[in-house]
Design a protein around this ligand. Structure first.
Ligand SMILES: Nc1ncnc2c1ncn2[C@@H]1O[C@H](COP(=O)(O)OP(=O)(O)OP(=O)(O)O)[C@@H](O)[C@H]1O
Length: 262
């Protein structure tokens, strides 16, 4: 079938390819009951060696392709491998088997994103901006916007106080605001929407939609199905590290909710 120009311009551009990915954590010195006399005796009797390294196989053979302009929600029960998958896409975890290919630098915006607790919110905005590759001038021009978006100063001059004086919701809002100040090729958000109050959640959802328009691909990990419905057009459902379902948001969330009602 001939391909017309219109079809070509609408052609989907891949931004992230995850190919048969396996991620294994190795926990050192975590042998069960390692020090106890009974476990030592049972090891001697069964001639087992001391189990000093335990392996957690967190992602098991996951394969999918993400395209430019997509917002993809990751869902699944606790410990199903969602955060691990995001960290692997961000290049923070090595693949045991398989591979991740990305176009551009993926940025992971999580509740655990590293900001410095002893520094003021103001210093963290500057450091965070620099860490994302923004220039001093760019940060200066966006500074007020970031602070306003975070709403940190709504109840007093908190931005000039150390981050350790912030509530966990305030800290999460500032992290989100810093990361959302820049357009990203691939932006990954881990539970960011679950923190913050309803007003901030609405603001951040709006910003995610904008970021999506501006550039690349957005991944969102959340236990809040409404956030996923409002933000994402595609959903990947992980369970025990395996990809259970990948499709349009409505279809996947419906199946997920049905499974979880049992
Ligand atoms: N640093 C780590 N070391 C060892 N095991 C880990 C580590 N981080 C996660 N795991 C394990 O990997 C598996 C997947 O965890 P992960 O945090 O990716 O799940 P999740 O789907 O994001 O969970 P949640 O919804 O609770 O945030 C779990 O069994 C967890 O115990």
């Amino acid at each position: 079938m001939p391909v017309d120009a219109d079809t070509l311009t609408r052609e989907r551009i891949p931004t992230v390819i995850v190919d048969g990915l396996h991620i294994v954590y190795r926990v050192h010195g975590a042998g069960s009951g390692k020090g106890s006399a009974t476990s030592a005796l049972s090891r001697i009797v069964s001639k087992r060696r001391s189990p000093s390294v335990r392996e957690v196989h967190a992602v098991r053979g996951v394969t999918f392709t993400a395209y430019k302009g997509e917002a993809i929600g990751l869902i699944g029960s606790n410990g199903s491998g969602k955060s691990t998958l995001l960290r692997a896409i961000a290049g923070l975890l090595p693949a045991e088997r398989g591979a991740v290919f990305t176009d551009g630098q993926p940025s992971l915006l999580g509740v655990n994103a590293a900001l410095m607790n002893d520094l003021t919110g103001e210093r963290n905005v500057i450091l965070g901006g620099l860490a994302m590759g923004m220039s001093q001038d760019e940060i200066k021009s966006r500074y007020q916007e970031i602070v306003d978006f975070s709403g940190i100063n709504e109840k007093g001059d908190f931005i000039s106080l150390p981050m350790r004086t912030y509530s966990s919701g305030m800290a999460a809002r500032l992290r989100f605001s810093i990361a959302a100040a820049k357009s990203h090729d691939v932006l990954m958000i881990d539970e960011a929407l679950a923190t913050g109050d309803a007003k901030f959640q609405r603001r951040s959802e709006e910003r995610i939609r904008e970021l999506r328009k501006e550039a690349g691909t957005v991944f969102l990990v959340s236990h809040n199905n409404k956030s996923i419905r409002d933000t994402c057009d595609r959903v990947i459902w992980l369970e025990k590290g395996e990809l259970l379902m990948d499709g349009p948001t409505d279809e996947v969330i419906k199946a997920y909710e049905k499974e979880n009602k049992r």
